[in-house]
Design a protein around this ligand. Structure first.
Ligand SMILES: [Zn+2]
Ligand SMILES: [Zn+2]
Length: 833
């Protein structure tokens, strides 16, 4: 046994032991019958690129690993799955550049990831690893597609979509950035995306918009992610109003507008159509300036929605000869085509109210359009102000509604329009159906066959998977079809319905489809008979903890959509896939930017580990540098400092083993050692559960300092040294599992510190320790209070009730009950009424 801390030796030894003993493998089926609590957690799985993981990714997996290890030590049933999101464009583009098949380059990248993950000491269950690019996985991705198709939730439609000329594929709105460029081609030299019309497959996620939105506030998710989801769904309640038209033979037609600001209709002075609005194509031809309008619409098609909305200079073209009539003022309003109005929102047309809308105001000023002040303020009043303080503003018109406050005006205006049968209440969503077709090779084939007689026919479930054929030429066909279109032998097949000649769908699925259901497949990895076993899901679903630093909207919404769909089919116990979702902050490169291979600033965890610092030091640095939701810049001195701390722990135990009295036993001089140990255990557990890993480690470092001082005084004579050092090793284990395993063994313990070994806290030793207790009233955070860590419920309740402003909320209301989770939170539930 070496008397120096040798991380490389120690880590290799324990990784071997864990693998041989299968310490982290779990039988999910057997667990179904157990009453023990389960804990199922993981970070968003990796896309295996040639670059491998960098230290930022280590954080993504270390966070759940600390929790998983802690729960294993507490004796819970723990499942730490691992997998690879292995389809996608980069491997295909690499194939185009080098001729290496995506199969080969992906397999090579994955082998490197496995090496890196294992070196980091993540406690994954390697017996159940999944790869989304393998037929035994995508067979079930295709099965999911068929279930959605059967339910009418997967449909095909011709539509105009974003097209990246460099990727040669369709992009979802989320994949087009603010500058109107592709997410993978966003450099200064890259061209903007354009529009292209193709027949595409969609999933009807909008059917669930309302229920997903409704469930969002109740989720235990990072608040910003919940807000992003709500914003992405973008529900608004408003009114649809029909305006009559004049000129260009439009008298039979009308123009529908969705507005959330009906009370400003008296101020509407012109109308704006999005360039994609169907009227533009219909009427523009007959307008005197039809050519100009068509030219403008073509130009708009090359810009992204975000770029259009952010444009500093608004542009537009008036439709000569066309007017819309304001139903309340009778004003004949000019009709414009302008790209600051989007086709996707509402009806793709707006009533412009320059007196209450900044963008309409800018536009009116630029083109000299009329401006009417609709309120008695007789000035520009932003609608936000009217909406928030409707009683502070009075309607100004020449009719009977003149002088009403804006709250009353809104109602009265609606009544007027409703009785004229030109308005109804409407709910509008920003969320669109999910476009899943990709004109690319490296994805799961869509299991559909086109037959001249039968149309689009789903492949029979028994005939899955539709295997992705190996091909020679990865060059897209260029006409918008996938490279698969050239694999004639594969494309030509029999129609599953009539047996006649058919052609396979050559588009593949968006890789977000593969990652929408892996939280289910992890529960039945390798199962050849079903996508997942509902009985296993009954015990293990939903995921208890999920984390990531990206994909706040698309992926998480899609995963919620899938889980909800299969919950309704009775195959899952809950509609929500992730009980807790934690959005952690990224680690930035030392110069402050993101780590990226192209910038050459990537720090490979393997290199750091092999320099001699070891994985434990890397993990401890990542966990101790800051709370996980705080962005940090990589500090080259951080890992060496963590290594020095681990060295001190090693040396302390080594010193103890060499110098402890031959005969143990006898009595303790005082309870100083035990008090320090129990306080550290209590704080470590509390802080791990609250994801305050940095303060847990700070407490452990403080304990080590105290122990050094103590050792210099009593030279390990106190019999409490052994339990005290064991506790230290136990609480360190989630962060530095290799070193903890080694020291546990050296302290004479034969079993694994990683399983069923979290120390019990004796409250008696916590007497003089205080903690900060958050206080809620009816579930809302209203304050906090310092109490003794050993405080009784009565004492904690009394202290919390006295805190301002909690006292204010409690005064005059009857407390129905108090929910007290010792050491964590206190919640006063007030009686209603
Ligand atoms: Zn691109
Ligand atoms: Zn047929």
């Amino acid at each position: 046994m070496s008397d120096k801390y040798q991380p490389l030796e120690v880590e290799a030894k324990w990784q071997r032991v864990w693998e041989e003993e299968k310490d982290y493998a779990i039988d999910l089926q057997v667990a179904v019958g157990s009453k023990q609590p389960k804990f199922y957690a993981f970070g968003m799985f990796s896309y295996p690129s040639g670059a491998g993981i960098h230290v930022g990714h280590v954080k993504n997996f270390t966070l759940p690993d600390v929790l998983l290890r802690y729960r294993r030590q507490k004796g819970d049933l723990v499942y730490a799955p691992v997998g690879f999101d292995a389809f996608g464009l980069p491997a295909e583009n690499f194939a185009l550049k080098t001729g290496t098949s995506p199969q080969a380059s992906t397999a090579k990248a994955i082998a490197n990831y496995v090496r890196q993950y294992k070196a980091c000491g993540f406690s994954f269950d390697w017996s159940k690893v999944i790869y989304t690019n393998r037929p035994d996985y995508y067979r079930w991705t295709q099965w999911c597609f068929l279930q959605l198709h059967k339910a009418g939730m997967a449909y095909q439609k011709e539509s105009s979509q974003w097209w990246c000329g460099a990727c040669q594929t369709i992009l979802a709105d989320e994949q087009v950035n603010g500058a109107g460029k592709c997410w993978r081609h966003d450099g200064a030299d890259d061209p903007p995306v354009s529009r292209k019309s193709l027949k595409q497959w969609f999933f009807k996620i909008t059917d669930y918009a309302d229920e997903i939105l409704e469930a969002t506030p109740g989720l235990d998710w990072t608040e910003q992610v919940k807000a992003a989801q709500e914003n992405h769904i973008g529900r608004s309640e408003g009114t649809e109003v029909r305006f009559s038209l004049k000129g260009l033979g439009s008298e039979e037609r009308s123009l529908e507008v969705f507005t959330t600001a009906l009370d400003t209709i008296y101020g509407a002075t012109f109308m704006v159509l999005a360039p994609e609005h169907p009227l533009v194509e219909e009427l523009a031809n007959s307008a005197g300036n039809g050519a100009e309008i068509a030219e403008y619409a073509r130009g708009a098609a090359t810009k992204s929605e975000v770029a259009r909305q952010q444009a500093r200079v608004k542009t537009g073209v008036e439709v000569d000869g066309l007017k819309a009539v304001n139903p309340l003022t009778g004003m004949e309003m000019p009709v414009w085509v302008a790209d600051y109005v989007l086709a996707g929102y509402g009806t793709g047309a707006i009533m412009a109210v320059p007196g209450a809308d900044e963008r309409d105001m800018e536009f009116a000023e630029k083109y000299g359009l009329p401006i009417i002040w609709t309120t008695k303020d007789r000035r520009f009043v932003a609608y936000k102000d009217i909406r928030e303080n409707p009683k502070d503003h009075l309607l100004a018109t020449d009719d009977d509604l003149d002088g009403l406050d804006m709250a009353a005006a809104k109602e009265a205006i609606f009544k007027k329009l409703k009785s004229a049968k030109i308005a109804e209440k409407k709910i509008n969503y920003r969320l669109r159906d999910w476009l899943i077709s990709r004109q690319r090779y490296w994805g799961a084939p869509i299991p559909i066959v086109f037959c001249g007689k039968c149309g689009a026919v789903p492949v029979r479930e028994a005939d899955l998977p539709v295997e992705l054929p190996e091909i020679e030429d990865y060059q897209p066909a260029g006409d918008g079809r996938s490279p698969l279109a050239k694999a004639e032998e594969w494309v030509n097949t029999a129609c599953p319905k009539c047996g006649g000649p058919g052609r396979r769908e050559t588009d593949t699925m968006d890789t977000y489809v593969c990652s929408s259901w892996y939280q289910m497949r992890y529960l039945s990895a390798g199962d050849g008979d079903q996508a997942w076993d509902p009985a296993v899901a009954g015990k293990w679903f939903p995921v208890d903890f999920y984390n990531g630093a990206d994909h706040a909207t698309a992926h998480l919404l899609y995963a919620r959509f899938f889980s909800r769909f299969f919950y309704k089919k009775g195959l899952l116990p809950t509609p929500e896939p992730f009980s807790r979702m934690y959005f952690h902050a990224k680690i930035l490169s030392p110069s402050g930017g993101a780590f990226s291979k192209s910038k050459g600033n990537v720090i490979d965890p393997l290199e750091l580990i092999q320099q001699g610092y070891g994985a434990d030091a890397l993990r401890v640095y990542i966990c101790s540098v800051a709370p996980p939701d705080m962005e940090v810049t990589w500090d080259h001195n951080g890992v060496p400092a963590a290594w020095r701390f681990l060295n001190r722990v090693f040396a302390l135990v080594d010193d103890y083993l060499k110098n402890k009295p031959v005969k143990t036993g006898g009595s303790t001089a005082d309870d100083g050692l035990l008090r320090a140990a129990h306080r550290c255990v209590a704080k470590s557990g509390r802080d791990i559960e609250r994801l305050k890993f940095n303060t847990a480690l700070a407490a452990q470092m403080e304990l080590v300092n105290f122990l050094y001082k103590r050792a210099s005084e009593d030279n390990f004579a106190d019999p409490a040294w052994q339990p005290c050092l064991e506790s230290l090793v136990q609480v360190l284990a989630p962060f530095a599992p290799h070193l903890a395993s080694e020291l546990w063994q050296r302290l004479g313990r034969m079993d694994s510190v990683n399983l069923n070994h979290w120390p019990e806290v004796d409250q008696a030793y916590l007497k003089d320790e205080t903690i900060t207790l958050p206080i809620q009233v009816n579930g809302r955070l209203r304050g906090q209070v310092e109490v003794s860590a050993a405080a009784s419920e009565e004492a904690a309740t009394a202290a919390a009730a006295a805190v301002e402003p909690v006292a204010k909320y409690l005064s005059g209301s009857a407390v129905e009950r108090v929910l007290y989770v010792p050491g964590k939170i206190i919640n006063f539930v007030l009686r209603k009424g």
